[in-house]
Design a protein around this ligand. Structure first.
Ligand code: DX5
Ligand code: ZN
Length: 227
């Protein structure tokens, strides 16, 4: 089952509660936290996550593009995020951090920037509920999808199968009507979409249409593999 997570980075920050309502049917709301250090952009923090959590029934998927997530990430779980993603490049002790996030009752997730390979993290995967393969350099919405990430998505899916894990595989960056099928065929099952959803005339319809495309592509890929 494909999950579609609209990114509020492309929403109107002055009307976040309404923007959450506009994507009824979305699986999660993707919340991009940026600190102006890990990435050259600054967005929002714990108080807004708390407020947004009170304003919507859609669970929050917090993507932390911040330095020192070991120190800050557990607060997002405490603030009510259902899923907390930290970056592998920024975490000093990813296993301890993932365990802390899970202990707070949230799903623990780790993100990889485009130049970070998945292979060194193979043994850590059982500690995670989701792995995020970035398909743009993190920092901004509306960037072009990096096709060169498709082999990494494929290799990650193979590692998940090899170990028989329940891990979700998320892609984020440039995911749209024209790229989502390639991501699903490669093995992604959770899709973040910012501009493709909030740039659409009807954001809720865009969510449904992206999900239908991803599911059709995943079914096609499974048939081709003889599953
Ligand atoms: C980028 C963020 C993304 C961003 C995606 O660093 O992590 O979540 O909102 O936006 P689109 O879908 O427009 O590429
Ligand atoms: Zn993101």
């Amino acid at each position: 089952m494909a999950q579609i997570n609209p990114s509020i980075l492309s929403a109107d920050f002055a009307r976040l509660a309404d923007e959450a309502k506009a994507v009824e049917g979305a699986d999660w709301l993707h919340v991009d936290v940026m600190d102006n250090h890990f990435v050259p952009n600054l967005t929002l923090g714990v108080p807004i996550v708390e407020a947004l959590g009170r304003a919507t029934d859609i669970p929050l998927d917090c993507h932390l593009m911040i330095e020192d997530p070991d120190r800050w990430a557990p607060q997002y779980a405490e603030a009510g995020a259902g899923s907390v993603t930290f970056h592998a490049e920024a975490a000093a002790a990813p296993v301890r951090l993932a365990r802390e996030i899970r202990a707070q009752g949230a799903r623990a997730s780790m993100a990889l920037k485009p130049a970070t390979p998945v292979e060194p993290f193979e043994d850590l995967l059982p500690e995670l509920d989701m792995l995020l393969v970035m398909t743009v350099e993190p920092g901004f919405g509306g960037q072009a999808f990096l096709d060169i990430m498709l082999p990494k998505i494929r290799r990650t899916r193979e590692l998940i199968s090899k170990h028989g894990l329940e891990l979700w595989l998320q892609v984020d960056g440039g995911v749209s009507e024209s790229t989502i099928e390639r991501c699903a065929e490669a093995g992604a099952d959770v899709f973040v979409a910012g501009s493709a959803v909030y740039g659409a005339a009807d954001p809720a319809a865009a969510v449904a249409s992206l999900r239908a495309k991803a599911e059709a592509a995943a079914a096609g890929a499974a048939r081709a593999c003889g599953h």
